[in-house]
Design a protein around this ligand. Structure first.
Ligand SMILES: [Fe+2]
Ligand SMILES: [Fe+2]
Length: 239
């Protein structure tokens, strides 16, 4: 469902109670997309806020599902504008929302926002109601020391952030088609992966969650054998 005809922002339920909010942009050439994920539950959570300039569009999309004021958690993978650029605006609109991020992020960026972040240890769980989330530390995968990813055990959805980033406007919302080839072409040209020592080990850890949906931050979300796809990525990176 398009929620803003000017920006092309779209809202789609990709798994039970999990909504992908996606806005296409024209830069770089060929297009790109920024996704946020709303988990509608007793304690609603927004994973990634989008950059500041998208705050109004993201809010408008959220309002199709629930009032922004009802958000109880904001959470993000790592400290970059598209992941957490409008945290302060959301904190103002949602006074009861707690800000969650990994332990390293909370240590590095404790005073970056109007509310102090609550650090999540590796493996820590967050109960939303029907959804039970687990934080997985993933330093430098694909980039940033503070990087981590979220896994929802109830729907077997891995919110994999910048992993499997695909170029283009980001449609469809959910696909079973191959995303590895296009994301690998972007990795080859933009070189946005860190060259961390533990990359393969961390991909094995993510693979161990056996996700059936990969909620990518840029491009389509993907449905299929996520464990195999993560292993395949590991073998390509380690080559
Ligand atoms: Fe990033
Ligand atoms: Fe990103």
């Amino acid at each position: 469902m398009i929620t803003n005809t000017q920006t092309g922002t779209a809202l789609d339920e990709i798994s039970d109670g999990i909504y992908r909010i996606s806005t296409p942009v024209t830069s770089p050439p060929g297009g790109f997309s920024y996704n946020q994920y709303l988990i509608a539950d007793r304690m609603p959570l927004l994973y990634h806020t989008g950059p500041r300039a998208m705050f109004r569009f993201v809010c408008k999309a959220i309002e199709r599902v629930l009032p922004v004021e009802e958000l109880r958690y904001l959470c993000f993978s790592h400290f970059e504008s598209d992941e957490c650029g409008s945290v302060n605006q959301f904190l103002e609109r949602a006074p009861e929302a707690a800000l969650l991020c990994g332990r390293i992020g909370a240590m590095l960026n404790a005073d970056a926002w109007d509310r102090r972040p609550q650090p999540l240890e590796d493996g820590a769980t967050v109960e939303l109601g029907r959804h039970r989330l687990q934080w997985l530390d993933a330093p430098h995968l694909p980039h940033a020391w503070d990087c981590g990813h979220l896994f929802d055990a109830s729907t077997q959805t891995l919110f994999c952030g910048d992993l499997f980033t695909q170029p283009g406007p980001g449609r469809p919302a959910l696909t079973r088609a191959d995303i590895l080839e296009s994301s690998e072409s972007l990795r080859a040209t933009m070189d946005y992966y860190a060259h961390g020592r533990r990359t393969r080990e961390l991909l094995e850890k993510l693979s161990g969650t056996r996700p059936v949906t990969l909620a990518c931050m840029h491009g389509s979300a993907w449905e299929g054998d996520g464990a195999s796809l993560l292993k395949e990525l590991g073998s390509l990176i380690a080559r």
